[in-house]
Design a protein around this ligand. Structure first.
Ligand SMILES: O=P(O)(O)O[C@H]1O[C@H](CO)[C@@H](O)[C@H]1O
Ligand SMILES: O=c1cc[nH]c(=O)[nH]1
Length: 249
């Protein structure tokens, strides 16, 4: 059955799926694949499928926020997908984290609305342990430094007290913010599938505007490099998991 939003059917979707927010990032992932074809593009949901080494892989963009991300996730699950790695961007909540550094959320503060429609606030948003293990091992093999720990997902950028909110979560050792991870982690646990995120930091914690402007060109390069690293880390992690699963059959 064709799903109403992603416009994909079971045959279009592989077991392993990479989830960028931005539809343009789907094409940048395609640049790392050996073969690929676009299978659907509706609203914010662009889907390609292809191969990386011999591994079949799907890439679907989720748009911005938990509402559209959980729609994509549910429809991909309905098509038979089982393993998901989000590759997103984030804003740091910790001054050790530079532009282009990778944040891996282990657990996430649920400050978005989509997951709250599924289950009460005391239900935790946690990553799949198996995916975290593979991502951690793979990042060590690749020599990529990562910041692993608690993050926060939210629904609105331009609220008046955003700075205070970030300061509050900084004091609780939260590493950074994105807008989708807590929703997809929550739904992942409820649906018993495997979800993890890799986030490329694009905003420094309490960035001084003047410094930010001076550093702009340098920062753009760092953010682009960070995106490449999150793509490679996601693909290589899936490939290592694929080899484990394949070897064990
Ligand atoms: O770059 P993506 O994956 O879209 O992720 C981040 O960027 C968007 C906001 O600019 C939100 O979706 C946020 O989570
Ligand atoms: O600052 C940022 C950047 C990306 N995504 C967020 O949620 N916040």
């Amino acid at each position: 059955m064709k799903q109403p939003h992603i416009l994909c059917s079971d045959n279009d979707i592989e077991k392993m799926v990479i989830l960028p927010g931005d539809p343009e990032r789907v094409l940048r992932v395609a640049g790392f694949l050996d073969t690929w074809e676009e299978v659907a593009y509706n609203r914010e949901f662009r889907t390609i499928k292809g191969t990386y080494k011999e591994m079949p892989i799907t890439v679907t963009s989720t748009g911005i926020g938990g509402a559209s991300a959980t729609i994509a996730l549910e429809e991909l699950i309905a098509c038979g997908a089982k393993y998901f790695i989000r590759i997103g961007s984030a804003g740091a909540c910790n001054n050790q984290i530079d532009i282009g550094d990778l944040i891996i959320p282990t657990g996430v503060v649920r400050e978005e609305g989509a997951s709250r429609m599924y289950v009460s606030d005391n239900y935790p948003a946690v990553a799949s342990f198996n995916l975290l293990r593979v991502i951690n091992d793979t990042s060590i093999k690749l020599g990529y430094k990562t910041f692993m720990g608690i993050t926060r997902s939210h629904d609105s950028f331009y609220i008046d007290n955003e700075r205070e909110i970030m300061k509050h979560w900084n004091s609780k050792n939260v590493l950074g913010s994105d807008m989708e991870t807590s929703a997809i982690y929550t739904v992942g646990s409820l649906r018993q599938i495997h979800v993890a995120s890799i986030l490329n930091n694009v905003v420094r914690y309490e960035a001084d505007v003047k410094d930010a402007i001076n550093d702009y060109v340098d920062d753009e390069t760092k953010a682009t490099e960070g995106e490449k690293k999150e793509i490679i880390l996601a693909l290589e992690s899936f490939y290592n998991l694929y080899c484990e699963l394949f070897d064990n059959q």
